[in-house]
Design a protein around this ligand. Sequence first.
Ligand code: AMP
Length: 402
Amino acid sequence: MSFQPPKGTADLMPPRSHAWRRALKLWDDWTERFGYPLVATPIFEATELFERGVGGTTEVVTKQMYTFTDKGGRSLTLRPEGTAGVVRAYLDSGATGAWKGAYSGPFFRYERPQKGRYRQFWQLGVEYLGVESAVADAEVIELGYRFLESAGAREMALHINSIGDAACRPAYVEQLRQYLEGHRDELSEDGRRLIETNPLRVLDSKVDRPKLADPPLVTDHLCEACREHYEQVKVLLDAVGIPYTEDPYLVRGLDYYTRTAFEFLGIGLDAAQNALGGGGRYDVLAETIGGPHTPAVGFALGLDRVVIAAGGEEAVGLDAYLVSERGPGEALAAASQLRQAGLRIDFDAEGRSVKAQFRTARRLEVPVILVLKEDGSVDAQTEGERQTLQVDEVPAWMEGRR
Ligand code: AMP
């Protein structure tokens, strides 16, 4: 009998995991630079949290949740997204005022699996709670952009929009609904259903949007406060040098968004996987799950897709491979010294021939091969360079090469 991972899931193994580990390190680095501490919430939550927080008419809630009843009779759901859980934790902690958090971990949606779309996938996200100012929107967007850029997803486009708030969106949505009614016959079955449940989502449908010549646009119907907020976001993004494209059709799949909505798109990726991530402002979410009014903004990125966009393969994360002419015990002692000095070192523990050890080193594509000689010295070999050193001189020599 043999087992495979369940449909829509995959094992993350080397060499694919090298790129993941590198991206996760960059994520920690960028979120720390922007002042977002780590938050980790449970992988399952009360089902009602998502029904209320994400929205009972969204596809995520109606079709994609992994919901189960536990032995105590509670209805629980594997988290399909991160924001509702983080906001719940913020409210639960009694925190008030400005608050930041960054998360990273697995999420679950019952989707039709394909490249870049899985039933268990990894998201990286941040939430900035308690701040109404457009400065928070711009900071969050800049963080996502800088991370993606450094992770190697250079071919990307940032799309932004404002989808209004409770003051201006209802009248717009009504106008859109009437417009869509007039085009009902042209829409897909899903599109027709959305006219009643969530007309905005028709604009974001790859099937239906091309059929609509001149739908009313939300940006033409923003109230003064929303228009002003949107203008500020753009001015601030210009000021920090983040390029963006305004996309009046951008809405977002989850109900909780207000005002700013944005998406990072990978250029040259298939449409099914080109959304590297997205987010926006969600000023009413805290209230819908029983908390006080809490303005907020955040985003989530799909790590699987970020790695695809960055080109995937990555060399193993080693500074050097230690080839030993003195056997594996001596290699362990030398490696110990180098590892304590901060170097990433691996070696062969099986006592294989020197030739076989070199083969391994080359396969790993390490930048440096350190040969531990019979006399205890080290022959440091790189492409085009060779240097004889004592073990304790190696860290400084490696540092000098950086
Ligand atoms: P969302 O929470 O739907 O806005 O998703 C944010 C990002 O998470 C998307 O842009 C994707 O990069 C990623 N993502 C969402 N669903 C999946 C999935 N089923 N498989 C892989 N990545 C996903």
